[in-house]
Design a protein around this ligand. Structure first.
Ligand SMILES: Cc1cc2nc3c(=O)[nH]c(=O)nc-3n(C[C@H](O)[C@@H](O)[C@H](O)COP(=O)(O)OP(=O)(O)OC[C@H]3O[C@@H](n4cnc5c(N)ncnc54)[C@H](O)[C@@H]3O)c2cc1C
Length: 352
């Protein structure tokens, strides 16, 4: 256990109980690295970072249990020392915490091949709006009791309670890795990716920046050599994927607002105002555009996708507005876990 490990759950529980008693909204934050995402919250800050440290880690079981305020970098370092990793490759965007990683539910370039943050969550502990500190799910991969509530917290943006602890499934790091750059236009890249998706190519990331297709291959030396020979292209430093995940590529420096488009597989290039970068083999596209939210959402909606704005203060509903029946479910769930609406009110939608 790291020397800075500290269990602050009693203090966090007390802060929540006081907020319930006085009906004071709380603004939950870890590293605040995703503060740009969602609507602004007016509330008393609840800082999770004093509640930190790895609680249990048994590399042979491929499971780690960690307090929510632990820096994501600290967890990744501990896993790397054992040759393991968080396969969802969540972005840091600064000083991300493990709780914020789960609450934001953002996943990195490997997502289409291995799964999202939510797919690696085995269990959680949560302080609810009733002032209870509850445990959901477990620490073994076969455990299913309460599993769904833990998964539901992925992308909940702190609106359902304070996540205090997370148990995550981890994976061995790949034996070998290589990155290739293939010059081609976006339309051709999407066609090739759809074709390769049906074949045993050891892809673990695929992105197109407007000029070239970038591929990451991971696995054994033999299968990588065979795939390299077949795909061609020039080798590139693997750091490209960290720069993509952390939004450090030149594309992200464009001063126009950043939009994240989530699309069904195999949607061809979209005619949208602004410039685009394709990730997740086509399922996630980044858009830099001054266009109105309604214009972007209308075009993306036609192909069955949705759009969220990743720049602060650009529109009143940075997350895709929900159809009425879904909004009703969200409100009912919120009412079940946070009846007084003290956790991050309005962060996701104005209605709760
Ligand atoms: C290029 C790129 C692409 C990305 N794409 C994606 C993507 O497609 N999909 C995706 O899911 N992510 C994506 N991300 C980002 C990310 O995954 C979040 O990583 C992160 O982990 C938040 O950590 P934090 O503690 O700094 O968050 P903070 O900003 O502190 O918190 C984020 C939210 O979680 C709440 N919160 C924090 N801690 C708790 C807690 N203990 N209990 C309850 N609520 C809490 C906060 O109130 C806030 O609403 C992307 C990042 C980059 C750079």
């Amino acid at each position: 256990m790291s020397p800075s490990a500290h269990d602050a759950s009693a203090e966090l529980l007390e802060q929540v109980n006081q907020a319930i008693a006085t009906r004071t909204p709380l603004r939950i934050h870890g590293g605040d690295s995703k503060a740009f995402l969602g609507r602004a919250v007016a509330g008393e800050p609840l800082d999770t970072r004093r509640h930190r440290g790895i609680v249990r880690y048994d590399p042979t079981e491929l499971v780690v249990t960690v307090r929510a305020g632990t820096p994501l970098a600290e967890l990744e370092q501990a896993l790397a020392e054992q040759g393991q990793m968080l396969a969802c490759e969540a972005p840091h965007l600064g000083a991300a915490t493990v709780g914020g990683m789960l609450a934001a539910g953002l996943s990195g370039p490997r997502r289409p091949w291995v799964g999202a943050v939510r797919d690696f969550v085995l269990g959680t502990r949560l302080i609810t709006g009733y002032g209870k500190h509850l445990h959901f799910g477990g620490e073994v991969m076969k455990n299913v009791a309460g599993y769904d509530l833990s998964r539901l917290l992925a992308g909940s943006f702190g609106c359902l309670g304070v996540i205090t602890e997370v148990s995550l499934k981890v994976l061995p790091r790949p034996r070998a890795r290589t990155t290739l750059r293939l010059a081609m236009n976006a339309g051709w890249a999407l066609t090739k990716l759809a074709e390769w998706g049906q074949q045993p190519i050891p892809l673990s990331a695929a992105c197109h920046d407007g000029e070239a297709l970038y591929l990451r291959l991971e696995g054994g030396e033999g299968s990588l050599a065979a795939a390299r020979q077949r795909l061609g292209g020039e080798p590139l430093d693997d750091g490209f994927w960290d720069d993509l995940r952390e939004r450090r590529l030149a594309f992200f420096a464009d001063p126009r607002p950043l939009w994240r488009l989530s699309l069904p597989n195999a949607v061809p290039s979209l005619a949208l105002p602004g410039s685009q970068l394709i990730d997740w083999g086509g399922a996630q596209r980044w858009l830099k555009s001054d266009a109105d939210a309604e214009v972007i959402r209308a075009i993306v909606g036609e192909v069955g996708g949705h759009a969220s704005c990743h720049s602060a203060g650009v529109c009143d509903s940075p997350f895709q507005p929900l159809p009425a029946p879904l909004m009703r479910y969200h409100r009912q769930l919120k009412a079940q876990l946070d009846p007084q609406g003290i956790f991050n009110p309005g962060r996701m939608y104005a209605e709760f």
